[in-house]
Design a protein around this ligand. Structure first.
Ligand code: PLP
Length: 360
């Protein structure tokens, strides 16, 4: 039996989605209308934040949120190197200088220690990436005394203690790219914050730097969440917690099935409720394991083999001789195994058996 890397489907929701899309299409409001406004209120309510602002994608969300937090060209922003490229790309796109910090190779998230090592007098903000659905230790990062932006693109719905990702930092960003935990049918994103002034600046920046569509007070972006995507997101938001619970149940079955005898299992940050956007294990034989699983039709993939401080576009931000041992270890050993709300017990068991056979 083939086991897909992404075990998700929107099929049961397609009739309702088609109906809502047709209604919005006929309604004639496509940009910043009632669907976006209602989704923003519903997302804010579910995450426990004062403001959620829809934008075009998770990359724009990062650039806009950093600017709204006061980051200006030439300012330094501490970012992990072990993340999706967009975290660093968005930082560089506003003229800020990404300063790479290391990650804990077990949680694959930044820590107060790794961030502190990258702070200088020019540091203006910290980007904490909730990688793979884990939740970075934001309360400890805030004690460092700088604004903390959560990159929650991979962690929609996750919690640290009782607090949702998105309500932990000074602001947070989300992506609704089709493979993320809360998907739409294309690109979409959001910024969340409890700060009224930050929220107002995000709303201005997403609309060409204008509050009233007549006076343009700063150079901004055309970066709105579409009404059509917001309508889809309103239908799917009520499914999010159930989907994340199903991901966690699959992770529990991997562990109970003995997967940890063969590879290192995902390690939640202390107090985190991991939502397993990707189910990422670690092995010194990661590539060999991926090939063995592929030969049996089981999806497996290393996502960030080359971390961002070694990528052609962004290596120039790394000082000569930069050593990030946690990043290098995670980059070399991580491997995503099949995950998703639709992953069956039989598929988990088959994957565990295939891993055992490949490494045994
Ligand atoms: C997906 C992702 C983004 C970017 O989101 P897009 O909507 O694709 O622009 C940013 N950061 C992380 C960690 C991501 O996984």
């Amino acid at each position: 039996m083939a086991v897909p890397l992404f075990a998700t489907t929107l099929e049961p929701h397609m009739p309702a989605i088609a109906e809502r899309l047709a209604a919005v299409a006929r309604g004639g409001r496509y940009i910043l209308g009632p669907e976006v406004e209602a989704f923003e209120a519903e997302l804010a309510e579910q995450l426990g934040v004062r403001h959620a602002i829809g934008v075009a994608n998770g990359t724009d969300a990062l650039a806009i949120a950093l600017r709204a937090l006061g980051v200006e060209p030439g300012d330094e922003v501490v970012c992990p190197s072990f993340t999706f490229y967009a975290t660093v790309e968005a930082t560089a796109s506003i003229g800020a200088i990404p300063v790479y910090c290391d990650v804990d190779p077990e949680t694959m998230c930044v820590t107060a220690e790794t961030v502190r090592a990258a702070i200088t007098p020019r540091t203006k903000a910290i980007v904490a990436v909730h990688l793979f659905g884990n939740v970075a230790p934001v309360p400890e990062l805030r004690e460092l005394g700088l604004p903390v932006l959560e990159d929650a693109a991979q962690a929609t719905g996750a919690r640290l203690g009782d607090v949702r990702a998105g309500a932990l930092g000074d602001a947070a960003t989300f992506s609704f790219f089709p493979s993320k935990n809360l998907p739409c049918l294309g690109d979409g994103g959001a910024v969340t914050t409890d700060d009224d002034a930050v929220a107002q600046r995000v709303r201005r920046l997403r609309f060409h730097g204008s509050d009233d569509k007549k006076t343009f007070v700063e150079v901004g972006y055309n970066s709105r969440l579409d009404e059509l995507q917001a309508a889809v997101l309103r239908l799917l938001l009520p499914e999010l917690d159930g989907w994340n619970a199903a991901r966690r149940a699959a992770a529990d079955r991997y562990a109970a099935g003995g997967l940890g005898d063969h590879v290192a299992l995902p390690a939640p940050v202390a107090g985190a409720e991991h939502v397993h956007h990707l189910y990422v294990v670690r092995s010194d034989r990661a590539d060999e394991l991926a090939a063995a699983l592929a030969a049996q039709g089981i999806g497996a993939r290393g996502y960030y083999r080359t971390p961002i401080h070694l990528q052609p576009a962004t290596a120039g931000f790394a000082p000569a001789g930069l050593e990030l041992p946690g990043t290098e270890l995670a980059a070399r050993t991580h491997l995503a195994l099949p995950m998703g709300p639709e992953l069956t017990a039989a598929q988990v068991d088959e994957t565990v058996a295939a891993v055992a056979a490949a490494l045994g």
